[in-house]
Ligand binder design. Structure first.
Ligand SMILES: NC(=O)c1ccc[n+]([C@@H]2O[C@H](COP(=O)([O-])OP(=O)(O)OC[C@H]3O[C@@H](n4cnc5c(N)ncnc54)[C@H](OP(=O)(O)O)[C@@H]3O)[C@@H](O)[C@H]2O)c1
Length: 274
């Protein structure tokens, strides 16, 4: 879809990749709705982009339940970019119950719930796009990241299922699977864990991986939205892992029958499945 003139909700916009995505969408002519916890950083970015800040803790159930209505009080959301996440590095056996719940809420439940809230309006208006920012961690088995990797597997798989469900509608879904991004806080935390840092170093030595920068990811995401592409996989040399994980998914696409276009007037209707 054409980005100029759209309204884009971006989660995790206060820093890292999300901040860069917000600047990229704003430069492309979108009105950006900025979500994260750090209200000062969002206000500063809103000033730079002409967008609006909606401070929100995405691990807070009640806050997430009301978020889309809060944002759409200022205008409908055409593009939803689910980018916020926390990596929670460490052994699963040492994870507290609170941290486990925080990560699943933030990384998996919030993007699914925001998508659930946004899709009916997009379908009714006949245009929309959802971007799930996932990771190659959701395909491979990175050390000390069991919960993070599992939530990213959820996001990637959720995106493909939505693509199938929405394939005959004007609403697109893009799954973004990324390797290590240079310079973000998440990457800095990852580097403090020797087993994880060692895995990356070995991958770089074998030229299986390279570090990404936020600008190239932003450019690829904007292109994917414009051209309604299903996937952004960066760096490209990691793509075979993602393509292999897609084999059973695509096979079921070929085998499945009977999923019809959701009626625009009743997007929540269970008649989706006939
Ligand atoms: N960095 C990498 O190497 C890498 C690799 C593959 C994929 N990715 C994916 O790329 C995306 C961006 O990563 P990044 O490196 O830019 O991460 P980052 O620098 O750690 O930024 C995370 C963003 O999420 C927000 N956030 C965290 N907890 C939140 C909460 N409870 N409620 C609302 N917002 C919250 C943060 O804002 P506040 O703290 O202000 O709330 C921040 O804006 C993530 O989905 C990540 O999984 C990253």
């Amino acid at each position: 879809m054409e980005i100029t003139g759209t309204r884009v909700l971006i989660t995790g916009a206060s820093r890292g990749l999300g901040r860069d995505l917000a600047l990229g969408f704003a430069t492309a002519g979108a009105d950006v709705a900025l979500v994260a916890r750090n209200a000062d950083a969002l206000a500063e970015l809103a000033g730079l982009t002409g967008g609006r800040a909606y401070p929100c803790d995405l691990a807070d159930r009640a806050a997430v339940r009301g978020l889309l209505a809060r944002v759409e009080a200022d205008g409908p959301v055409d593009i939803l970019v689910n980018n916020a996440a926390d990596e929670g590095i460490g052994r699963f056996t040492e994870l507290s119950a609170d941290t486990l719940e925080f990560m699943v809420r933030l990384n998996a439940l919030a993007p699914a719930e925001l998508t659930r809230q946004a899709l009916p309006g997009m379908l009714r208006r006949g245009r929309g796009h959802v971007v799930h920012v996932s990771s190659f961690a959701g395909i491979v088995v990175p050390p000390m990241l069991a919960t993070y990797a599992s939530t990213k597997a959820f996001l990637s798989h959720h995106a493909v299922n939505l693509q199938f469900e929405l394939k005959d509608t004007p609403v697109g879904v893009t799954r973004v699977e990324l390797g290590e991004i240079a310079g973000t806080d998440m990457m800095a935390h990852g580097r403090t864990e020797p087993a994880l840092a060692g895995m990356f170093e070995r991958m770089y030595r074998l030229r299986l991986n390279r570090q990404l920068n936020s600008a190239e990811i932003t450019a690829a995401v904007l292109d994917a939205v414009r051209e309604n592409r299903w996937s952004v996989r960066l760096p490209r040399r990691l793509s075979p892992a993602s393509l292999l994980a897609d084999v059973p998914r695509r096979m079921t696409w070929l085998l499945a029958r009977g999923l019809t276009t959701p009626p625009a007037a009743e997007p929540r209707s269970t008649s989706l499945y006939r």
